[in-house]
Design a protein around this ligand. Structure first.
Ligand SMILES: *Cc1c(COP(=O)(O)O)cnc(C)c1O
Length: 384
């Protein structure tokens, strides 16, 4: 068995998936190839690369690696998660419809409504955790069904296989934003999705030191168009950023396991805490999406949201009272983060149907010692 084969286990592919050591130097990691242009052996005779917007060896290594982890034949790296999403939305023509989760990531919502909406995209939203609602709300002309699961910040679960059936029966494609679960916990293409998008800024990079995005697909036609758009619109990541995301992917399996077990301990403490009104984590048996999550995910991930009995004041105080959890936007890195979605990540959706309540706090549970994390939240909750 070759460790880079599709048949190798997921963990082995995380470590080895970018390919065998460099045939010339033996280097065991891909070189950071900074060249913007590549010498040609004759006019039009290039050795695989001609200009770094169109293709770059470090980017190619990341694309191969991450596509493999998603079980995709094609992968495309972008400068950010939103740049990746923008390329996918450009598959649509004016007048085409997009059906989006009503609690999609705020930036996705803003991109669809405020950038692609004026260009003619018909954007509608519904609760994708409710497959019947999706069927009910479906309108002719819907070409893309866009799911995020688990969602941000509610951690609602959409049934990927069921949504793929709904979309395919109606001639549409299913896109899954797999940022929260990552391919370590959830394989949307195997469940029937057509396109996977990522903010590699989060768990894939994993260390809060890079912004990036990714599109993976097994649909040759979609791949040809996304590849065209990657080059034609040019929202490509630099080689160093590609290297960092690739490096993050090599420990993805271990990190996701630890994020999940730490989040489980945090969620079970919060459930019993008198200051907490509600805990949202898909691993909790009474989470409304628990059964679907248990079926389609191999772990429940590191994101936990909670609502405070003390309302806005308690939520703000909690965010400022932790010592191990850092108050910051973003998520998915080794360090634990805490934030107030209403005033921070989701402030751009205030006043819309996506508005989040002001007693909600979101945790990105990191990979520190679990007792330190639980203890930190306990002392902070006691102070609010
Ligand atoms: C962060 C995020 C994005 C956007 O990605 P950027 O890298 O910030 O552009 C999209 N979807 C989800 C679920 C995210 O968390």
């Amino acid at each position: 068995m070759s460790p880079t084969d599709g048949d190798a286990s997921f963990e082995t592919r995380c470590v080895h998936g970018a390919g065998a050591p460099d045939p010339v130097t033996g280097a065991v990691v891909p070189a950071i190839s900074l060249a913007s242009t590549f010498a040609q052996d004759g006019v039009g005779q290039q050795r695989g690369f001609e200009y770094s917007r169109s293709g770059n060896p470090t980017r190619a290594a990341l694309e191969r690696h991450l596509a493999g982890l998603e079980g995709a034949g094609h992968g495309f790296a972008f400068a950010s998660g939103l740049a990746a999403e923008d390329a996918v939305l450009r598959l649509l023509a004016p007048g085409d419809g997009l059906l989006l989760s009503d609690d999609a990531y705020g930036g996705t919502f803003r991109l669809a409504r405020q950038v692609h909406g004026p260009a003619g995209l018909v954007v509608r939203t519904t609760r994708l955790a409710d497959v019947d609602a999706v069927v009910r709300e479906w309108s002719d002309g819907t070409r893309l069904l866009w799911a995020e699961t688990p969602t941000n910040p509610w951690l609602r679960i959409a049934d990927i296989a069921a949504l793929a059936d709904v979309a395919h029966e109606r001639g549409a494609l299913l896109v899954v934003d797999n940022t929260f679960a990552t391919p370590a916990l959830q394989q949307p293409l195997a469940l029937g999705a057509d396109i996977v998008v990522h903010s590699t800024t989060k768990y894939l990079g994993g260390h809060s030191d890079v912004v990036g995005g990714f599109v993976a697909t097994n649909d040759d036609e979609v791949a040809a168009r996304i590849g065209f758009l990657q080059n034609a619109a040019g929202a490509v990541p630099g080689p160093f950023d590609c290297y960092l995301v690739h490096r993050g992917c090599r420990t993805l399996h271990l990190r996701m396991e630890r994020h999940s077990t730490n989040a489980e301990a945090v969620a079970s403490m919060l459930v019993d805490h008198p200051a907490v009104a509600e805990v949202r984590w898909p691993g909790l048996p009474d989470h409304p999406g628990h059964d679907v999550a248990a079926r389609q995910m191999s772990g429940f991930g590191g994101m936990v949201s909670l609502r405070l009995r003390g309302g806005l004041d308690a939520a703000l105080r909690l965010c400022e009272a932790t010592e191990v959890f850092t108050l910051a936007e973003s998520l998915g890195a080794v360090e634990s983060l805490i934030e107030h979605p209403g005033r921070m990540t989701h402030s751009s959706v205030a006043g819309s149907e996506n508005e989040v309540p002001d007693d909600l706090v979101r945790l990105s549970v990191g990979i520190e010692a679990v007792d330190d994390l639980v203890g930190d939240l306990e002392q902070a909750l006691d102070r609010c």
